[in-house]
Design a protein around this ligand. Structure first.
Ligand code: PNS
Length: 177
């Protein structure tokens, strides 16, 4: 792909991006990425994947629960209220096309994220050459935060309030009570 490729016209700007993920559940690390995506782009849609997680297992929270928790967290964490949240099934590139989003924003924590994210970005670029992938480096305080770590700590009955929004901490304590 070069800057001369007609799929990426010179001078065209992106006004709508997607922040995709499984969000099982949403963490403060995700919220940081969503906040920063909204600082960079005027329209942001958080796209919540319906499918099974990347280990091939089902999710802990249903799709509706994950969407609802993100909506509540956006309000609680003081993110702009125009950040949209939508579920999607199937390929991310098709969802982006459907809603007219020109880019995908994801957070990068460690090198281990890089390999996985590069593979996904390459694949998405192959399927949708005009869709741009944009990465923001995770803020240092959230570098170690992941949904799986949060679930593991919560399942052991420990406090996850420093890792997730308050509404999510409450749902987790109910789930693992
Ligand atoms: O939070 P995650 O698990 O890192 O999010 C991964 C996600 C949902 C963004 C990715 O698996 C995805 O885009 N799934 C939709 C199916 C798809 O488009 N697959 C091809 C790209 S890997």
């Amino acid at each position: 792909m070069t800057s001369h490729d007609p799929a990426r016209p010179v001078g065209a700007t992106i006004s709508h991006v997607v922040v995709p993920g499984t969000f099982d559940p949403v963490t403060l690390g995700h919220i940081d990425v969503i906040r920063r995506a909204r600082r960079l782009f005027p329209r942001v849609t958080v796209a919540v994947a319906a499918s099974v997680n990347k280990n091939g297992r089902g999710t802990t929270f249903t799709l509706d629960e994950r969407v609802q928790m993100i909506r509540e967290a956006i309000a609680l964490e003081g993110l702009p209220p125009d950040v949209e949240v939508a579920p999607f099934t199937g390929l991310l590139v098709n969802f982006c096309k459907e809603i007219g989003a020109g880019g995908v924003v994801k957070g990068l924590r460690a090198m281990t994220d890089f390999e996985y994210e590069l593979q996904q970005a390459d694949l998405n670029s192959h399927m949708a050459p005009d869709l741009e992938s944009v990465f923001v480096m995770s803020s240092p305080q959230y570098g170690y935060v992941s949904s799986s770590i949060v679930r593991e700590i919560a399942a052991m009955g420990s406090d996850v309030r420093i890792l997730v929004p308050a509404n999510v901490a409450e749902r987790l304590s109910e789930r693992y009570a």
